[in-house]
Design a binder for this molecule. Structure first.
Ligand SMILES: [Zn+2]
Ligand SMILES: [Zn+2]
Length: 490
């Protein structure tokens, strides 16, 4: 849910008189590869007489009818939410279970979607569960591993039984002494996705691993090329021809820093089904891409699925006569609900994303005709700049979670020429923004419209497959030749 929705819940449900209260809300499903999320986007608070708050809180049928007809009209799933007068993660009483068991079939019959039950504690700690239809007459309760509140910051409430805390030893002593156990358990259980494993993405990934994160998803269909060797962290000549995501995964597993480390290497584009589903399994995404289309896709996915995206970009030009660098700047920002979108920030032009979708960029003749400063012809960068940008992106990430002294900041830009970090940027969308206003909480309804065929990614996977087959064949040929030689050698 967004911070705004959370505020509505908290103000209504956590009462001065200490009584429990209830309300209904609506969600859309967001489907990752291994996770389903209920994205809450609207609330209907009870009006006078809709519920009775004394003792065990209860609601009348007029309120429930209002809720079901609104859900039906808007293709929403339904959440039933109540409060407990204690802090911390909230389990369910016998009465709670009976009430939700009774609601589950009625909600499923009307909406086609499972009932989501949620409970809030006095300290705003959330618990949630889906009621899934197992047989025609039985509904099973599945606890959610986490509930996320997204806005200026990201607050995640974990169910420790489903998603246990890690044991951090001596390896993380210095990290934990910086922000304490509680924050370490929150940060380390976040599922982080990095889209683009180029120079910035590879450094961000390194920092994420060394912060103690257990679940990392790497999304990139690129193969390592010779021209990458001056900019990819810890990549060697022997890695040429391998998927960037595979090389990094293998390397991180070798660190043996985190015992329960899980890395998902996804050699797909964010606009392909496999890439998108992997991204929807994540709580935060790093956008380390340099093309307009993946930026556009991440922008939309962020608002539709309430996933903060940390994006960054480097702009550097040489002098015309190539006698020196002329100027360089790099900028990073966290985008998502209750923050600005990348389009309003000017991080890409929608017409450039449309050009990529059109397939014209796969046509060599079309590319030949483009000017030198067209985005497809750019790529000037040096490792040192990427290092600085990756550092700033990690700061955005940590600040989003830790919010020290209650401060969350907006976009930051490093001006290499002056050495200044500029921060005077807009951090809110235009009022008529089609992304932050139009797509907020749309989840799967939007997601499926963003999936397109990606020829470049398909070609790379084919090239990779062929190179493996060739290697195998070559291996067999060598073995055969050696065997023949050994027959004649004595
Ligand atoms: Zn209860
Ligand atoms: Zn916007």
């Amino acid at each position: 849910m967004t911070e705004n929705v959370n505020r509505i819940f908290f103000e209504h449900l956590i009462r001065e008189d200490g009584q429990e209260d209830l309300c209904f809300a609506f969600y859309k499903l967001s489907s990752g590869k291994s996770r389903k999320t209920g994205v809450i986007n609207e609330v209907i608070l009870p009006e006078f007489g809709d519920r009775n708050v004394h003792g065990n809180v209860s609601f009348n049928s007029a309120y429930f009818d209002k809720v079901t007809s609104y859900a039906l009209a808007n293709n929403f799933g339904i959440c039933f939410i109540h409060s407990h007068p204690y802090p911390g993660w909230q389990g369910m009483s016998f009465d709670d279970i009976e009430a939700e068991k009774m609601l589950a079939p009625r909600v499923k019959a009307v909406t086609g979607l499972p009932l989501v039950g949620m409970t809030i504690g006095t300290d705003n700690y959330w618990s949630a569960r889906f009621w899934i239809k197992e047989t025609p007459n039985t509904y099973e309760r599945y606890w959610c591993e986490s509930v996320r509140v997204v806005g200026k910051s990201l607050k995640t409430y974990f169910c420790d039984d489903i998603f246990p805390k890690s044991n951090f030893g001596e390896e993380f002593k210095r990290t934990i002494s910086s922000w304490g156990d509680l924050k370490q358990h929150e940060i380390s259980r976040l599922k982080i996705g990095i889209v683009g494993l180029g120079s910035v993405g590879s450094i961000v990934a390194e920092a994420i691993i060394r912060t103690g994160i257990r679940n990392l998803t790497l999304i990139d269909f690129d193969l390592v090329e010779l021209k990458n060797l001056d900019r990819l962290l810890a990549i060697n000549r022997v890695d040429i021809g391998k998927f960037k995501v595979d090389v990094q995964k293998e390397r991180f597993l070798k660190t043996e820093l985190i015992s329960d480390l899980s890395i998902n290497a996804v050699p797909y584009s964010i606009t392909e089904k496999e890439g998108q589903e992997a991204a929807l399994d994540c709580d935060i995404l790093f956008s380390c891409v340099d093309m307009p289309l993946p930026r556009y896709a991440l922008d939309c996915l962020s608002f539709a699925n309430l996933i903060p995206v940390i994006d960054g970009g480097i702009d550097t030009n040489p002098k015309d006569d190539l006698s020196n660098i002329d100027q360089a700047r790099w900028k990073t920002h966290t985008i998502g609900p209750e923050r600005i979108c990348m389009q309003c920030l000017g991080q890409y032009k929608p017409e450039d994303a449309a050009l990529e979708i059109s397939g014209e960029l796969d046509n060599p003749n079309y590319i030949k005709g483009l000017p030198k400063n067209h985005f497809i012809n750019r790529g000037e960068n040096v490792f040192g700049f990427s290092l600085s940008l990756a550092g700033m992106e990690i700061q955005q990430f940590l600040s989003l979670i830790l919010k020290p002294r209650g401060i969350n900041y907006g976009p930051k830009e490093m001006d290499f020429n002056t050495g200044n970090i500029d921060f005077d940027f807009e951090n809110e969308c235009r009022q008529d923004c089609a992304i932050s206003q139009g797509l907020l909480g749309c989840a799967d309804e939007l997601n499926k419209t963003l999936i397109i065929k990606h020829l470049g990614a398909e070609n790379n996977r084919m090239k990779h497959e062929n190179s493996i087959v060739n290697k195998k064949n070559k291996g067999f040929y060598t073995f055969f030749k050696e065997s023949i030689n050994s027959l004649f050698s004595f």
